[in-house]
Design a protein around this ligand. Structure first.
Ligand SMILES: CC(C)(COP(=O)(O)OP(=O)(O)OC[C@H]1O[C@@H](n2cnc3c(N)ncnc32)[C@H](O)[C@@H]1OP(=O)(O)O)[C@@H](O)C(=O)NCCC(=O)NCCS
Length: 165
Protein backbone atom coordinates (compact mmCIF):
# COMPACT_ATOMS: atom_id res chain seq x y z
CA UNK A 1 0.00 0.00 0.00
CA UNK A 2 1.19 3.53 -0.79
CA UNK A 3 -0.10 6.69 0.89
CA UNK A 4 0.24 10.05 -0.82
CA UNK A 5 -0.88 13.43 0.51
CA UNK A 6 -4.53 12.83 -0.46
CA UNK A 7 -4.75 9.25 -1.76
CA UNK A 8 -4.31 5.60 -0.83
CA UNK A 9 -2.99 3.23 -3.54
CA UNK A 10 -3.69 -0.41 -2.77
CA UNK A 11 -4.22 -3.81 -4.41
CA UNK A 12 -7.54 -4.47 -6.17
CA UNK A 13 -10.14 -6.58 -4.30
CA UNK A 14 -13.36 -8.30 -5.30
CA UNK A 15 -15.51 -5.77 -3.43
CA UNK A 16 -14.19 -3.00 -5.75
CA UNK A 17 -16.54 -4.33 -8.45
CA UNK A 18 -19.31 -1.75 -8.18
CA UNK A 19 -17.00 1.27 -8.01
CA UNK A 20 -14.77 0.03 -10.85
CA UNK A 21 -17.83 -0.76 -12.97
CA UNK A 22 -19.05 2.83 -12.51
CA UNK A 23 -15.76 3.97 -14.04
CA UNK A 24 -15.37 1.36 -16.80
CA UNK A 25 -18.97 1.80 -17.95
CA UNK A 26 -18.63 5.59 -18.21
CA UNK A 27 -18.44 6.75 -21.85
CA UNK A 28 -16.36 9.83 -20.95
CA UNK A 29 -13.72 7.83 -19.05
CA UNK A 30 -13.62 5.11 -21.73
CA UNK A 31 -13.50 7.37 -24.83
CA UNK A 32 -9.85 6.50 -25.59
CA UNK A 33 -9.50 3.26 -23.61
CA UNK A 34 -8.47 -0.04 -25.22
CA UNK A 35 -12.06 -1.32 -25.18
CA UNK A 36 -15.60 0.04 -25.45
CA UNK A 37 -17.33 1.08 -22.19
CA UNK A 38 -18.32 -2.03 -20.24
CA UNK A 39 -21.98 -2.75 -20.85
CA UNK A 40 -22.51 -5.10 -17.91
CA UNK A 41 -20.95 -5.99 -14.57
CA UNK A 42 -19.77 -9.38 -15.81
CA UNK A 43 -17.35 -7.67 -18.17
CA UNK A 44 -15.99 -5.58 -15.28
CA UNK A 45 -15.87 -8.69 -13.04
CA UNK A 46 -13.61 -10.37 -15.61
CA UNK A 47 -11.44 -7.23 -15.92
CA UNK A 48 -11.14 -6.93 -12.13
CA UNK A 49 -10.48 -10.66 -11.82
CA UNK A 50 -7.51 -10.41 -14.14
CA UNK A 51 -6.16 -7.43 -12.16
CA UNK A 52 -6.61 -9.33 -8.86
CA UNK A 53 -5.12 -12.54 -10.26
CA UNK A 54 -2.32 -10.77 -12.12
CA UNK A 55 1.21 -10.71 -10.74
CA UNK A 56 1.25 -6.87 -10.78
CA UNK A 57 -1.68 -6.29 -8.41
CA UNK A 58 -0.47 -4.13 -5.53
CA UNK A 59 3.17 -4.09 -6.58
CA UNK A 60 2.94 -2.02 -9.76
CA UNK A 61 -0.80 -1.74 -10.43
CA UNK A 62 -3.06 -0.07 -7.87
CA UNK A 63 -6.61 0.90 -7.05
CA UNK A 64 -6.80 4.62 -6.21
CA UNK A 65 -8.83 5.59 -3.13
CA UNK A 66 -9.83 9.06 -1.99
CA UNK A 67 -11.19 9.25 1.55
CA UNK A 68 -12.25 5.59 1.39
CA UNK A 69 -13.91 5.90 -2.04
CA UNK A 70 -12.51 4.04 -5.06
CA UNK A 71 -11.93 6.69 -7.75
CA UNK A 72 -9.75 4.82 -10.27
CA UNK A 73 -6.70 2.75 -11.00
CA UNK A 74 -3.09 3.67 -11.74
CA UNK A 75 -0.04 1.64 -12.65
CA UNK A 76 1.27 -1.13 -14.85
CA UNK A 77 -0.90 -4.12 -15.58
CA UNK A 78 2.15 -5.39 -17.40
CA UNK A 79 5.60 -3.86 -16.98
CA UNK A 80 6.68 -1.46 -18.46
CA UNK A 81 3.28 -0.30 -19.85
CA UNK A 82 1.47 2.22 -17.68
CA UNK A 83 -2.27 2.84 -17.64
CA UNK A 84 -4.57 4.94 -15.53
CA UNK A 85 -8.19 5.92 -15.34
CA UNK A 86 -10.16 8.04 -12.89
CA UNK A 87 -13.90 8.59 -12.65
CA UNK A 88 -14.66 11.91 -14.45
CA UNK A 89 -16.08 13.36 -11.20
CA UNK A 90 -12.48 13.43 -9.99
CA UNK A 91 -10.74 14.93 -13.01
CA UNK A 92 -9.07 18.33 -12.86
CA UNK A 93 -7.87 18.09 -9.26
CA UNK A 94 -4.38 16.69 -9.75
CA UNK A 95 -5.22 13.22 -8.38
CA UNK A 96 -3.83 11.38 -11.42
CA UNK A 97 -0.58 13.34 -11.24
CA UNK A 98 -0.31 12.65 -7.50
CA UNK A 99 -1.05 8.93 -7.89
CA UNK A 100 1.24 8.42 -10.87
CA UNK A 101 4.19 10.29 -9.29
CA UNK A 102 4.05 7.87 -6.35
CA UNK A 103 3.51 4.80 -8.57
CA UNK A 104 6.43 5.70 -10.86
CA UNK A 105 8.83 6.22 -7.94
CA UNK A 106 7.69 2.91 -6.43
CA UNK A 107 8.08 0.99 -9.72
CA UNK A 108 11.58 2.31 -10.44
CA UNK A 109 12.59 1.51 -6.85
CA UNK A 110 11.15 -2.03 -7.06
CA UNK A 111 11.93 -3.27 -10.59
CA UNK A 112 15.14 -2.97 -12.63
CA UNK A 113 13.38 -1.71 -15.78
CA UNK A 114 15.17 0.93 -17.90
CA UNK A 115 12.02 2.88 -18.77
CA UNK A 116 8.24 3.10 -18.49
CA UNK A 117 6.09 3.30 -21.61
CA UNK A 118 2.62 4.54 -22.51
CA UNK A 119 0.52 3.83 -25.61
CA UNK A 120 -1.98 6.68 -26.03
CA UNK A 121 -4.59 7.69 -28.57
CA UNK A 122 -3.23 10.95 -30.08
CA UNK A 123 -6.66 12.58 -29.50
CA UNK A 124 -6.39 11.92 -25.75
CA UNK A 125 -5.04 15.35 -24.88
CA UNK A 126 -5.71 15.17 -21.12
CA UNK A 127 -3.69 11.98 -20.91
CA UNK A 128 -0.87 13.46 -23.01
CA UNK A 129 -0.81 16.52 -20.72
CA UNK A 130 -0.57 14.20 -17.71
CA UNK A 131 2.31 12.22 -19.24
CA UNK A 132 4.21 15.41 -20.07
CA UNK A 133 3.67 16.70 -16.51
CA UNK A 134 5.19 13.44 -15.28
CA UNK A 135 8.26 13.89 -17.52
CA UNK A 136 7.39 11.42 -20.29
CA UNK A 137 8.54 12.30 -23.83
CA UNK A 138 7.22 11.25 -27.23
CA UNK A 139 9.07 8.21 -28.57
CA UNK A 140 7.02 7.13 -31.60
CA UNK A 141 3.76 6.96 -33.51
CA UNK A 142 1.81 4.27 -35.33
CA UNK A 143 -1.41 4.18 -37.33
CA UNK A 144 -4.42 1.90 -36.95
CA UNK A 145 -3.08 0.07 -33.91
CA UNK A 146 -6.39 -0.58 -32.13
CA UNK A 147 -9.83 -1.49 -33.39
CA UNK A 148 -12.34 -0.36 -30.76
CA UNK A 149 -15.85 -1.31 -31.80
CA UNK A 150 -16.09 -0.14 -35.42
CA UNK A 151 -13.39 2.48 -35.11
CA UNK A 152 -9.68 2.13 -35.94
CA UNK A 153 -7.49 4.23 -33.62
CA UNK A 154 -3.86 5.37 -33.79
CA UNK A 155 -1.17 5.35 -31.11
CA UNK A 156 1.44 7.76 -29.86
CA UNK A 157 4.10 6.23 -27.65
CA UNK A 158 5.58 8.02 -24.66
CA UNK A 159 8.55 6.99 -22.59
CA UNK A 160 10.03 7.90 -19.21
CA UNK A 161 13.61 6.74 -18.67
CA UNK A 162 14.73 5.55 -15.24
CA UNK A 163 16.12 8.59 -13.41
CA UNK A 164 19.92 8.50 -13.02
CA UNK A 165 21.56 8.15 -9.63
C1 LIG B 1 -6.02 10.81 -18.00
C2 LIG B 1 -6.73 11.27 -16.75
C3 LIG B 1 -6.43 10.33 -15.58
C4 LIG B 1 -6.20 12.67 -16.41
O1 LIG B 1 -6.97 13.21 -15.35
P1 LIG B 1 -6.73 14.74 -14.92
O2 LIG B 1 -7.68 15.04 -13.85
O3 LIG B 1 -6.72 15.61 -16.16
O4 LIG B 1 -5.24 14.70 -14.42
P2 LIG B 1 -4.70 15.19 -13.03
O5 LIG B 1 -5.40 14.43 -11.96
O6 LIG B 1 -3.25 15.15 -13.04
O7 LIG B 1 -5.19 16.70 -12.94
C5 LIG B 1 -4.61 17.71 -13.75
C6 LIG B 1 -5.56 18.88 -13.84
O8 LIG B 1 -5.97 19.23 -12.51
C7 LIG B 1 -5.59 20.59 -12.24
N1 LIG B 1 -5.21 20.61 -10.82
C8 LIG B 1 -6.02 21.07 -9.83
N2 LIG B 1 -5.40 20.89 -8.64
C9 LIG B 1 -4.21 20.33 -8.87
C10 LIG B 1 -3.14 19.90 -8.04
N3 LIG B 1 -3.20 20.01 -6.71
N4 LIG B 1 -2.05 19.32 -8.63
C11 LIG B 1 -1.98 19.17 -9.95
N5 LIG B 1 -2.98 19.57 -10.80
C12 LIG B 1 -4.08 20.14 -10.25
C13 LIG B 1 -4.50 20.88 -13.22
O9 LIG B 1 -4.41 22.27 -13.48
C14 LIG B 1 -4.94 20.09 -14.44
O10 LIG B 1 -5.98 20.79 -15.08
P3 LIG B 1 -6.04 20.97 -16.70
O11 LIG B 1 -6.22 19.59 -17.28
O12 LIG B 1 -7.23 21.83 -16.88
O13 LIG B 1 -4.74 21.57 -17.08
C15 LIG B 1 -8.28 11.34 -16.95
O14 LIG B 1 -8.56 12.25 -18.00
C16 LIG B 1 -8.87 9.97 -17.30
O15 LIG B 1 -9.17 9.16 -16.43
N6 LIG B 1 -9.08 9.73 -18.60
C17 LIG B 1 -9.71 8.51 -19.06
C18 LIG B 1 -8.77 7.31 -19.03
C19 LIG B 1 -7.67 7.42 -20.06
O16 LIG B 1 -7.89 7.90 -21.17
N7 LIG B 1 -6.48 6.99 -19.66
C20 LIG B 1 -5.33 7.04 -20.56
C21 LIG B 1 -5.10 5.78 -21.29
S1 LIG B 1 -4.02 4.75 -20.31
Amino acid sequence: MIRTERLVLRPAREDDLEAIHRILSDGRAMRYWSSLPHSDQDETRAWLGSMIGGERNGNSDFIVELEGEVIGKAGCYQLPEIGYILHPEHWGKGYATEAMRAVIAHIFASFPIPALRADIDPRNQTSIRLLERLGFTLSGRASRTWQIGDEWCDSVYYELKRPRG
